[in-house]
Design a protein around this ligand. Sequence first.
Ligand code: 3HC
Length: 330
Amino acid sequence: MATQHSPLLAAENGDGQDPAVAGQAYFDQIIEDDSRVEPRDWMPDAYRKTLIRQISQHAHSEIIGMQPEGNWISRAPSLKRKAILMAKVQDEAGHGLYLYSAAETLGTPREVLNDQLLAGKARYSSIFNYPARSWADMGAIGWLVDGAAICNQVPLCRASYGPYARAMVRVCKEESFHQRQGFEILLELANGTPAQKQMAQEAINGMYAPALMMFGPPDSDSAHSSQSMAWNIKRFSNDELRQRFVGMIAEQVKVLGLTLPDDDIRFNKDTGKWEYGELDWQEFNEVLAGRGPCNAQRMERRREAHENGAWVREAAAAFAAKRAQKEQVA
Ligand code: 3HC
């Protein structure tokens, strides 16, 4: 549990301690105790900055991530599938909102973060710059992309920053439903006609490597991992989570009667880790540099949606102002 009192209070009350020194000692103790940092606690600037960076990138990913699946709502093969897909896409919007709220507790308004996204200055997950070409891709996105997200985010439920960790608990519950619906789409296709089975296999082939890249660059190239792990934000390194995910899907794909497009996957008994073939990190860097298959289209759609939503924001602001006025009179 997070400590309830603030050492800054003691310093401010005149016990002679430098507030920054007292704050740092307090923060260090929270991290050492594996406890939670809360918004009003003192925290180092770099810790705050890292959290705003990670949480806002995560929020942007949820919002941009609505696009590949949103494009398929009108083409879902049945009313049932349409209803499920709509619910999923709506969940992703909710995740974005919890995450922007968590970032706001660190002092950066959502408008600022949104402006950074619209200006093309903010990152979002590489995976959403790949196209969703067939209905089977809805299955592969649910199973592999949401699956990778869960594998990455379950440890974040224990992140040291309270609002982020608590948001992750709810997000992970919803992602579990998303993953199962994706798996179920693939299972049905895999047990359908030969053409449907082929479509499911092709979707897995296309989504496999980009899903593995969601975990970030190899540890040797990960600029932030070691500090984030020292601060108990990240609990595992990028490669650690990636190999764990490979192990999960290597077993699950057998239930589908399909295969993963990598002949090098094997469990190494000596290291206790899963091994897999080399990923194309040049491609990853291209996507991060804005030159992936759909980067330009995703940003264009996001800007369009923002402009089209102006009247909603204006109406909401007018409603809030009216209500505040009424409350003042009362
Ligand atoms: N896509 C885009 N950028 C990536 C990336 C990816 N897959 N992986 C890493 N990067 C970027 C980092 O943001 C960082 O850029 P910056 O220095 O400009 O901020 C740089 O590459 C170096 O990578 P690091 O490994 O040093 O970065 P991190 O320590 O932050 O680790 C991370 C990267 C594992 C993605 C971590 O930030 C994280 O766990 N984030 C929270 C989870 C998240 O954002 N998930 C998005 C997935 S989508 C999703 O959840 C939606 C769901 O509906 C499927």
